[in-house]
Design a protein around this ligand. Structure first.
Ligand code: ADP
Length: 491
């Protein structure tokens, strides 16, 4: 691969590497650190403080104090909203630096970090800033001479555990509704990508959030993450990541009856009918699978194509995929960067091997790109059968399985034959058919003639094993509020 051109402004000194506890940047109590690696070069970027149970305890106590007795508790909702707006403004002012840190630590192309993720982060926080003073209860007509009303009160200390695929976007999705609702936060970033989250912590302090409202503890899942889940001072856990981790978390969280929301994996069906706008559908299929190196929970990894257009669709896909530019994520022309780390790289390569073994046909990619960095060529498998591993399991990489179908009913049944239910898409010019299929797909989001369209106002989350609850939109505020009923005697 060509040399990677890291921007000069990102010196080691400008990176934040400590823990944010009670408004202060501190080393971990143990003094331990861990390395974060540039996935494009496999080189060391920085050593980051490694939090464990002791640091989590300090952070939870700070968040508890801030929630129970700090100025945050008494702050008017509208002023809370203004602080969130201030944070969004600061992110916008520092958008280039944040995008560069995201690309450095995660490997995503700078054009996506700068042009995709960061604007959505700003927009999401502004959206929730607007909600802060609009979280309302209701008056309830009850029997007898009583006046009954409800209040939506903050749930308390929110423990938030996020993955590495969209670090800053995951922060916005989690901080936005939690702060609007009046919660305090202990966040654990993914061990692969702490740097951009820490930078956001600096901006949160600059914005003026009171001490202890936002705490960030880097560390590993089994230590820092598990301690956060187990801590009796935490009222709620919001988690995005793998289904198996969610099972461990939910077993532990039930001990203290924490509220939980999960946003997990998928194997989303993307269904193209012969009557679709084929040019648009080809581009939509590519976006659906290759965005973010295929590291999207809602990736359209099962592409169902109707038999009349199957062959031409595959050749058009292959032509475009072979023209995709891979390499230095800091090059503005790059469309695909490296996978996040060696473990993910190995897992994806093993699925590619399984696809070949089980008899699917490689029509593009199917191998590593270059010799350094965790790059994998965008891969297309044709002749995929529903029971092959590449059609059933979430690969979380740039691997598309193309499956042939004949009829509408068959497409719906086969699309729904999965334990997941995060997203789906339908491509057709027949709008009645599109809506009726959308209603029958067992997925939390269905896109019609588009893919990966996100908006802070539109709820997102999974049916079946893809999650519990919804993020984004008004709905996400429920994750961070408790409903209280107050009844007054009027006698
Ligand atoms: P991914 O494949 O995205 O790394 P994980 O579910 O392993 O998925 O990780 C997502 C987040 O969950 C990370 O921040 C990770 O550190 C954290 N995590 C992993 N294991 C646990 C655990 N046992 N308890 C709490 N958090 C965990």
């Amino acid at each position: 691969m060509a040399t990677v051109t890291e921007p000069r402004r990102l010196t080691k000194r400008s990176l934040q590497t400590k823990l944010l506890i009670d408004g202060k940047w501190v080393d971990s109590a143990s003094g331990k650190t861990f390395a974060t690696i540039n996935p494009a070069t496999e080189e060391h970027i920085a050593d980051v403080a490694e939090g464990d149970a002791v640091d989590i305890d300090l952070a939870v106590k700070a968040a508890r104090r801030a929630f129970d007795s700090g100025p945050w508790r008494k702050m008017d909702a509208r002023d809370r909203g203004r602080l969130i707006t201030r944070l969004a403004d600061l992110i916008e002012e520092n958008i280039d630096e944040l995008a560069e840190i995201e690309t450095l630590d995660n490997g995503k192309p700078i054009s996506e970090a700068r042009g995709g993720d960061l604007p959505l982060v700003v927009d999401c926080l502004r959206y929730y800033a607007g909600w802060a003073d609009k979280i309302q209860g209701a008056t309830i007509p009850v029997r007898g001479n009583y006046f009954t009303y409800t209040r939506k009160e903050p749930v308390g200390v929110a423990g938030q555990i996020i993955p590495w695929n969209f670090p800053l976007m995951m922060v916005a999705w989690k901080w936005g509704p939690a702060l609007a609702a009046g919660c305090t936060i202990v966040m654990k970033p993914a061990e692969q990508t702490p740097l951009s989250v820490l930078k956001l912590g600096e901006l949160a302090i600059e914005a003026g959030f009171p001490n202890g409202v936002i705490n960030i503890v880097n560390g590993f899942g089994e230590t820092a993450g598990a301690s956060l889940v187990a801590h009796p001072g935490v009222d709620k856990i919001a988690f995005t990541g793998e289904g198996n981790t969610a099972k461990i978390i939910s077993r532990a969280a039930v001990e203290t009856m924490k509220r939980i929301t999960f946003e997990l994996g998928g194997k989303s069906p993307n269904i193209v009918f012969a009557d679709a706008d084929i040019d648009k559908a080809v581009d939509g299929a590519l976006l659906g699978i290759y965005l973010n190196q295929g590291q999207c929970c809602c990736a359209g990894s099962r592409l169902f194509v109707q038999e009349e257009v199957y062959d031409q669709f595959i050749s058009r896909l292959a032509a475009k995929v072979n023209a995709r530019s891979l390499g230095d994520p800091f090059d503005p022309a790059t469309q695909q960067g490296p996978q996040i780390d060696k473990a993910q790289f190995d897992k994806i390569m093993s699925y590619i091997a399984k696809g070949k073994e089980q008899g699917a046909t490689v029509v593009a990619g199917g191998e590593r790109f270059g010799t350094k960095g965790f790059f994998i060529k965008p891969t297309i498998f044709a002749d995929v059968k529903d029971d092959m591993a590449i059609a059933c399991d979430e690969i979380f990489g740039p691997v598309l399985s193309v499956i042939k179908f004949k009829e509408v009913e068959e497409a719906i049944t086969r699309a729904n034959t999965t334990d997941f239910g995060l997203a789906a898409a339908v491509w057709t010019r027949d709008i009645a058919k599109a809506h009726s299929i959308a209603h029958r797909l067992r997925a939390g989001t269905v896109w019609i003639n588009c893919y990966d369209v996100f908006d802070a106002a539109a709820p997102f989350g999974g049916f079946k094993r893809s999650g519990i609850g919804r993020e984004l939109g008004e709905k996400a505020l429920d994750n961070y509020t408790e409903l209280k009923t107050v009844t007054v005697s009027l006698d």
